[in-house]
Each structure stands twice: as C-alpha cells, then as structure tokens.
Design a protein around this ligand. Structure first.
Ligand SMILES: *Cc1c(COP(=O)(O)O)cnc(C)c1O
Length: 296
C-alpha cells in the first residue's frame, strides 16, 4: 500500500520578484503546492507523522477537526482515500456546503458538524474522550495537524532542499505559519545550521510563539506578524499584491497564508533584514484548494 513517503519530492524553483531583486535578495520557492493535485501543501508532512504513529499503535485511521474550507481536513481526507485509511472530520459551525466540504464527502471522510460553541470546546482536556469512545480505532489529530508528531513529520522537508543541486548554499527559510508546526519541524531539522523565518497568519498574542518554543526551543528562528489585523482578514491591497506576485512568479497563491507571508517578506526586505546576496527559500505551503472560497 502506498504511503505519504511515496509522494514525490517538491520542486525547488528560482523566482524573480521586483522588490526582492531591488534589495539583491534571491528567492527560490519550495513548491509544496506541486507535490500532488489533492494531497497538497504542508499538511501532508504533518499528517505523515500522525499516520506513522497510528500504524505503530494499530489504529485504522485518523480523526481531526477544522473549518468548512480547511486545507488540513482536505489533505487528510484525500490521503485517507489514496492510502487506504479511515478518516473522520469534525467541522466548525452548522452544516453547509462549500467546495471543500463536497470534496471531503467525495473522498469518503465521515463528517460531524459541531456547531460553533461545540467547536470552541476543542481545547478542553476532555474534548476527545467521547470521540475516542465512538471511534476507538482512530488516532486523534489536533487542529491543523499541530503538535509534536506533526512537527516531526515536517523535519523531512529539509531533505527536499538538501539533495537538490540548485541551491546547496541557501541562507535561510521563509514560510507562512498558522500553528507554527511546520516551522518547528524545520527548526529541529536545521539544528541551527540555517535560520527559519516564520510569517504568522494569526496575531502574535494568540499563543503561536509559545507553541513554537514548546516544540522547537528558543533558538534558530524569528517570527514576524503577517496577520494584517487578524486571521482570515483580506483587504484590497493584499489582493492586488498577491495578483502582482502571482504574475511575476508564474504560480498561484492564496490570500490567508502564502500571500500574507510574501507581504511580510517584502516588509522585512525593505526594513533591511537581509543583506544583498542573501538566498532565501520561500516555502509555498499550498492551500490553493481553499482559494475556491474566495471570488478571485
Ligand atoms: C495550514 C497552513 C499553514 C500553516 O502551517 P502551520 O504548520 O500550522 O504553521 C501555512 N500555509 C498554508 C497554505 C496552510 O494551509
């Protein structure tokens, strides 16, 4: 049976953006959006860590939670269908159709709608107990694939870059953060060899810095606020910037993570964070399926 490890390596691609070029900063994009048409983006690396653990303990599948546009549930459901394990998704809010929800159903994921207050209870210590009683064969995965197993799954991302002849001598990483789990995996894998710069799609005071510190310790990374006033907040300036970057890079982005991370990178470049000649790997963390929720 195929597994996450059989997914191909992500392409690494040089790009030119006028605002980076003006500062002499070189960029290459690690295209996690291009690994697979359905199991897309950073989520599959986090899920790989959980599925490995599930197999170790004899679980038959994974149960997790998210919103009606969730990239995480989408990758989970697609992986379950592809690799032959059961998936259950607990959804925020009241039942409604979105392109993502239709896909989840088509991929064979079992869905339960928790309402809004039910979803808010997800941080309580006893949240999983009834679900584990109902689905004893499934391993629970925290929201967004966060936590230690998720970070461990992301440590393999470094090999996508290390073995590529294009850029053996990069200086650091730049990527969007939600829970900070992907960043924590990269920090662990780098072990101080190269810094990892995280652009937070959620405000700084929402616990992400603490979560990253718990997973990866205090060193080897910097965090920037890329939220532009709140998670999910999208404005015209951001959309115009995104369209411009898409055109210059020859690839699609989405507003919530990948475009905000590039916006924050442009700010950091303008603030002089990076000397001319710096070579950064920008991780395209995917999320393009969620783009269908916007009229772009
Ligand atoms: C989930 C997601 C992230 C955030 O990843 P974390 O590991 O939670 O920090 C970034 N970009 C995209 C497109 C995502 O879907």
């Amino acid at each position: 049976m195929a597994d996450f490890a059989d997914l191909p390596r992500a392409p690494l691609q040089r790009v030119s953006l006028d605002w980076a070029r003006a500062a002499g900063v070189e960029l290459a994009v690690l295209r996690l959006d291009q690994v697979d048409p359905l199991i897309s983006g950073n989520k599959s690396y986090k899920l790989a860590g959980y599925w490995q653990q599930a197999k170790r303990i004899g679980a038959r599948g994974l149960i997790s939670l998210g919103g009606a546009h969730s990239n995480h549930l989408h990758a989970l459901a697609a992986a379950g269908q592809r690799f032959g394990f059961s998936t259950v998704g607990l959804l925020r809010g009241e039942p409604h159709e979105t392109p993502t929800v239709s896909d989840l159903q088509a991929f064979g994921m079992q869905l339960h709608w928790l309402g809004y207050s039910g979803y808010r209870a997800r941080h309580r210590a006893d949240f999983w107990s009834p679900w584990q009683a109902h689905y004893p064969q499934l391993l629970p995965v925290p929201e967004g694939g966060g936590g230690l197993l998720g970070a461990q799954g992301c440590e393999t991302l470094i090999s996508h870059v290390r073995d590529q002849p294009l850029w053996p001598d990069y200086h650091g990483w730049w990527l969007a953060c939600g829970t900070g789990t992907t960043l924590a995996g990269l920090v662990q894998a780098e072990a101080g060899a190269h810094p990892v710069y995280g652009a937070l799609a959620v405000p700084m005071d929402h616990g992400v810095p603490e979560q990253v510190a718990a997973l990866a310790g205090p060193n080897g990374y910097e965090l920037f606020d890329a939220s532009r006033g709140g998670f999910g907040k999208v404005d015209d300036a951001l959309l115009a910037f995104m369209a411009d970057c898409e055109q210059q890079m020859g690839m699609l982005l989405e507003p919530l993570y990948t475009a905000k991370a590039l916006w924050a990178l442009r700010e950091a470049v303008r603030e002089g964070w990076f000397a001319a000649g710096t070579r950064l790997i920008y991780v395209h963390t995917g999320g393009l399926q969620g783009r269908r929720g916007f009229s772009l």
